[in-house]
Design a protein around this ligand. Structure first.
Ligand code: ZN
Length: 424
């Protein structure tokens, strides 16, 4: 079995949702709602370019917040990017008008439909909400716009009323409906049931907009896909109101590697996109953050180091360079004999089992935890792994051969150097 992920993928493929799942990135709208975050107009334009180059399907921005936001929206729309630019606002004619002034062709309108939103926030009845939703969609369609409608707090709304609203706006010609879990209250199973219920009543394409208050956002986004949603809302690093929404990196990697979705993402931009947002917001993602975190590809325990040396796929689901991250080795009291041998190779010291044992013992006796971290660049990594594989190079022709055990001693085989060929 050449693919180390083969059996895991067999488990994953049972009951999987649609083959192509899209991404709407809302770093410029939801992301700016994160406490302390405010981009300049130039930064908004740059982020839009980067997201478009990365390959997201839609980019959401709100022109109604300020004059600057309207300016940024207008300029981004003018760039003629491949992604749809979705101008976001309330379910009001004046907000649709603000989007029209920016020459938007896609708009998004939201309206709270749970009893708490209707009664305590909007102070309108269900009948008035239904009427407002339909009128908003009709108004957008009468101006030749494409419109997504978000039934805000839909997961806490009376299910029958939710269905009534969805059916009424579908009849009015809505292009997409976003099913949010606004306060992140659903379990993955609950999310599946919520989406499935709506999916069985209407045919309009669905989005999932899920919040991370309990930590279920990413799982809920994919439960929604299993139930029929074909677009997930993300932000870079998952920033957003309170605890945010699914991160672009995790969603895009899960879509590509686990869901086998046919997207065209430049995944090797992910670490840089995270750094860009870090630079603009001063929000440093926690070190164990999947995909982009500084420890996402660090290896520490001796047994792990020994396995990584032979085949990195033993402890890495996806190669770090595919997502723009890098592999780092941590040396300290957990390194063990294998780690000490690794360290000796890095320092070009002759490997000796007794020396390695002594170094491992000394590292333990120091009781200083982790002593050093070594990021592995390609040349260092190749050198060590080739040494381990006993690669010899012909002095005359420069070809590499690997010394492999045969029944009657050793034989030379054309070498496959590590760095290009593993984990494909
Ligand atoms: Zn939100």
């Amino acid at each position: 079995m050449n693919d180390p992920n083969y059996y895991a993928e067999e488990h994953n493929s049972v009951g999987m949702g649609p083959k192509k799942i899209r991404i709407l990135d809302s770093t410029l709208r939801e992301g700016e709602q994160h406490p302390g975050v405010s981009f300049t107009v130039k930064q908004r334009i740059q982020i839009a370019w980067e997201l478009d180059y990365f390959g997201v399907d839609q980019i959401e921005i709100s022109p109604i917040i300020s004059h600057d936001h309207a300016e940024a929206t207008k300029t981004i729309i003018k760039q003629g990017l491949k992604a749809d630019i979705v101008a976001h606002g309330r379910a009001l004619k004046e907000d649709i008008d603000a989007s029209l002034k920016c020459d938007a062709s896609w708009v998004a309108a939201y309206l709270g439909i749970s009893d708490i939103h209707l009664k305590d926030k909007l102070k309108i009845s269900r009948e008035q909400a239904l009427d407002r939703a339909v009128k908003t969609v009709e108004y957008a369609k009468s101006h030749g716009l494409k419109i997504r409608f978000t039934v805000e707090d839909g997961s806490r709304a009376d299910p029958q009323f939710l269905i009534n609203v969805c059916k009424a706006i579908e009849e009015a010609g809505v292009d997409r409906i976003s099913l949010p879990d606004t306060v992140g209250i659903l379990t993955p199973k609950g999310m599946y049931n919520y989406v499935k219920m709506v999916r069985s009543e209407i045919t309009t394409p669905l989005d999932a907009h899920v919040h991370n208050d309990i930590g279920f956002a990413l799982a809920n986004a994919f439960s929604a896909c299993d139930a029929g949603v074909d677009q997930i809302h993300t932000t870079i690093d998952g920033i957003g109101e309170r605890t945010g929404i699914p991160s672009l990196a995790e969603t895009a990697v899960a879509l590509t590697y686990l869901y086998k979705s046919q997207n065209d993402f430049r995944l090797d931009m992910l670490a840089d996109l995270s750094r860009l947002i870090q630079q603009y917001t001063n929000i440093v993602p926690y070190d164990s953050k999947p995909i982009v975190g500084s420890s996402a590809y660090k290896h520490k325990a001796g047994t792990h180091l020994a396995a990584i040396l032979k085949n990195p796929a033993a402890y890495e689901p996806i190669p770090p360079r595919d997502v723009g991250n890098r592999r780092t080795i941590v040396f300290g009291e957990l390194a063990g004999k294998a780690g000490a041998e690794y360290l000796m190779s890095l320092l070009s010291l002759k490997k000796d089992i007794n020396d390695a044992k002594n170094i491992a013992k000394s590292l333990k006796n120091l009781r200083m935890g982790d002593l050093l971290e070594i990021p592995l660049d390609d040349t260092v990594e190749r050198k060590i792994i080739n040494e381990e594989k006993k690669i010899v190079t012909c002095a005359e022709c420069g070809a590499s051969f690997e010394l492999v055990k045969a029944s009657d001693g050793f034989e030379l085989k054309p070498a496959q150097t590590v760095g290009e060929d593993w984990g494909q």
